[in-house]
Design a binder for this molecule. Sequence first.
Ligand SMILES: [Zn+2]
Ligand SMILES: [Zn+2]
Length: 105
Amino acid sequence: MTIPSTIHQRCFYHESREAACRCPICRRYFCRECVTEHDDRLLCVECLKTIVAGQAAPRGGVRRVLRGLLPVAGILMAWLFFYFIGRTLLLIPAAVHDGTVWESN
Ligand SMILES: [Zn+2]
Ligand SMILES: [Zn+2]
């Protein structure tokens, strides 16, 4: 009986070791030592780190949203800045027309 060569995968970290399982996230093969059970799944160290890092920071989602809003906030700040500059510039000629120019005549 011949086993297809695809089954005889080597561990991503250990060339000499035969892969025991495949990480469901990165789809790479690993030996039994290079995977850890997490939520009934066998994940490689790298993917586990990513998941643990994501869980360690539960506000990561909020932070990501805030980071996404940052350019919007920047545009808003710039808009407000130019809005008030524009208003100020509009107020100056208005004051000139309403007061000084006509009263001096
Ligand atoms: Zn992985
Ligand atoms: Zn390994």
